[in-house]
Design a protein around this ligand. Structure first.
Ligand SMILES: C[S@@+](CC[C@H](N)C(=O)[O-])C[C@H]1O[C@@H](n2cnc3c(N)ncnc32)[C@H](O)[C@@H]1O
Length: 379
């Protein structure tokens, strides 16, 4: 329908009229801006609590966009994130990447969410015109904003950015944008003082970031319980993850990053090398050193069975989780661990060491050790 509409030259009035016809296919969110339920991924493109609001609070504010110079806006969609960033920082240079021209064209039709959205629309229009998707232009090409209608995963990145907005569909629907291999690519294009933002708090996604070399922190939760994630190449001393979140990533199979055949790998490692994430709560309760005591007998038995399978003693478990404590509780540490990233790496390292695996690189090692014809891990 959209392709058909743009197969002829369309002026602003015609675009506005056409929007009235297709409005029924869109959803009005909490802040009156529109989102779309993508049938391909069966997920709305934005939060229903407020699409534009999400751009401001989950991306712009935590990234301190006002002090940034060059934004890489991945999975650009309607261009809300880029528009919010430009609204707050009019001098910002932006490269946007979005692979679906119809989504971009829809972005051209929807009402502007802020003044700067006009400039983003101009960039969208210019790119759609260049690839022949639309037949005329009503805006002037902006100077500092470029949009590439391409697959972000295969894009040849050439520049260096001091801020990256990563706004793909959720990892459950589409894990490849959160894969180790893609984050390694992004690591190379992020400036030494730059930050990468995602609204996601998924443990495997955070593990992919860590394995790619990033430091990670949580952003302030906004209109939901879980926070997003901010990553950087340096220790920026931001908000560390909770003790439980750190344990899930470092010690359970849920912390295996997004790699090909991840499910096979999880199956193989669960209860042999890593704790099962399904009993993480019980594991927390038994070995919590007084943090939480209420646990049912059934939970206790389940956790004890899991711990037995792991063949670790309580003393050894204290050694593994010791990096999370202000003072050493295992008697073996020579230093303390200041942030989430250091703690996760150290805890995982300690667990692997106890399991007879004395290597730093978790995934590469597992690749070698558990490689079979059926289980090939893509790095
Ligand atoms: C959650 S929406 C992003 C919303 C957007 N950031 C905004 O401000 O409106 C995800 C977008 O990613 C796009 N997408 C999915 N896979 C992609 C890929 N491999 N490369 C580029 N874009 C992709 C989808 O078409 C969709 O528009």
């Amino acid at each position: 329908m959209i392709k058909e509409f743009f197969s002829r030259k369309r002026n602003i009035e015609e675009r506005k009229e056409f929007f009235k016809k297709i409005r029924k296919y869109l959803i009005k969110t909490g802040d009156s801006t529109y989102t779309y339920n993508d049938p391909l991924f069966q997920e709305t493109m934005h939060s229903l609590t407020g699409a534009y609001d999400e751009s401001v609070h989950k991306f712009c504010i935590p990234s301190e966009i006002q002090k940034r110079k060059y934004l890489l806006d991945l999975f650009s969609g309607f261009g809300y994130n880029a528009a919010a960033a430009l609204e707050l920082n009019p001098g910002l240079k932006i490269d946007m990447i979005e692979k679906n021209p119809e989504i971009l064209a829809l972005g051209l039709l929807i009402p502007e969410v802020c003044e700067a959205h006009k400039i983003i629309k101009a960039a969208i229009e210019s790119s759609l015109y260049n690839i022949g998707f639309i037949k005329n232009r009503v805006y002037e090409t902006p100077k500092n904003i470029r949009l590439f209608v391409e697959d972000a995963l295969n894009f040849r990145y050439e520049n260096n950015y001091d801020v990256i907005f990563h706004d793909a569909y959720s990892p459950k629907r589409n894990w490849k944008p959160y894969s180790l291999i893609f984050f390694k690519k992004l690591y190379k294009v992020l400036d030494e003082n730059g930050v990468l933002l995602t609204y996601s708090s998924s443990s495997p996604m955070r593990s992919s970031l860590l394995e790619a070399g990033f430091y990670i922190w949580g952003t302030e939760a906004y209109k939901r319980k879980r926070s997003g994630t901010i990553a950087s190449k340096r220790d920026l001393k931001l908000k560390n993850l909770s003790r439980e979140e750190e344990r899930v990533i470092s010690l359970t199979d849920l912390g295996i990053p997004y790699v090909k055949n991840r499910d096979d790998l999880r199956e193989k490692l669960r209860n042999k090398v890593l704790f099962s994430s399904s009993v993480k709560q019980c594991f927390e309760n038994i070995y919590n050193f007084g943090e939480k005591f209420q646990i049912t007998d059934a939970e206790k038995n389940k956790a004890e069975r899991s711990i037995k399978k792991m063949e670790l003693t309580k003393k050894e478990i204290i050694y593994v989780v010791c990096p999370q404590y202000e003072k050493c509780i295992c008697g073996k540490c020579s230093r303390r661990y200041e942030n989430t990233t250091e703690r996760i790496k150290e805890m995982r390292y300690r667990l692997l060491k106890l399991k007879g695996i004395n290597v730093k690189d978790f995934i590469t090692h597992f690749f070698e050790r558990f490689k079979t014809d059926k289980c090939i891990v893509l790095i």
